[in-house]
Design a protein around this ligand. Structure first.
Ligand SMILES: [Zn+2]
Length: 236
């Protein structure tokens, strides 16, 4: 996807060349100076303004792609900010922004799914929160996920999407709530039935910094946790 040299170059100076971020065929005229005395340009095509050389790395063209890559490689917020030379505030905003643009995949009908919950916390261990998600057993794609307390309401957000796709079977663990949410003709609770999703849990624990065990990294906000999960599951 990206080679290391490309990435290292980007890290040192992302904004070495002229960047016209708004449109592909800009018609530029000079238009005043910015607050720190840089020449500003006005684009007649898209009526937006830009400058010659951006020194703020947050404006780099490939910064979003780098953020997505680093999230998936198990990096925390602060380490990403250090490597990309941007502030943590910019980074968090960007993560939320990127996640908004990520679409959930189309669901193929009549498949076999596994649904499971994963325990994590916000801010401190007392504030427990659960990640509920459904995995397609055949192509290992995550169909739907929800973050919240371990209640019917949260579980139902995921189950609803799965049931809409007209599944053959839904495998879950023995949690009592599932009994009331899934019709017993398609619901299965068997030994080894959720092996694939349990394995996926291990991938999540390894590849997302905030879900690592025995570390001092953790999520502070539900918004960013959901955004990171959305990017991890569905970007590209
Ligand atoms: Zn333009």
């Amino acid at each position: 996807m990206y080679n290391f040299v490309q990435f290292a170059k980007a890290r040192v100076k992302i904004c070495d060349t002229k960047i016209f971020p708004h449109c592909t065929a800009p018609t530029l005229i000079k238009n005043r100076f910015t607050a720190n005395q840089k020449q500003q340009f006005y684009c007649k095509t898209c009526t937006k303004r830009c400058i010659d050389f951006y020194t703020n790395n947050g404006y780099g063209k490939e910064i979003n792609a780098h953020i997505v890559m680093l999230i998936k490689e198990g990096m925390g917020i602060r380490s990403m900010a250090r490597i990309l030379c941007i502030s943590t505030t910019t980074l968090l905003k960007r993560i939320v922004f990127i996640a908004k643009g990520v679409q959930s995949p189309p669901i193929s009908s009549s498949q076999i799914y596994e649904v499971d919950e994963m325990r994590t916390f916000l801010r401190h261990k007392g504030k427990v929160i659960w990640i509920v998600y459904a995995l397609d057993r055949v192509n290992k794609n995550v169909i739907s996920f929800a973050v919240g307390s371990r209640t019917k309401k949260t579980l139902n957000q995921v189950i609803k999407t799965v049931v809409l796709s007209n599944p053959k079977r839904i495998y879950t663990d023995g949690l009592i709530h599932y009994k009331f949410l899934i019709h017993n003709t398609i619901h299965k609770v068997t030994r080894f039935g959720t092996n694939r999703i349990e394995r996926k849990n291990l991938s999540l624990r390894t590849q997302l910094k905030r879900l690592n065990r025995r570390s001092i990294c953790f999520s502070k906000s539900l918004l960013v946790l959901s955004a990171v999960l959305r990017i991890y599951f569905w970007s590209r």
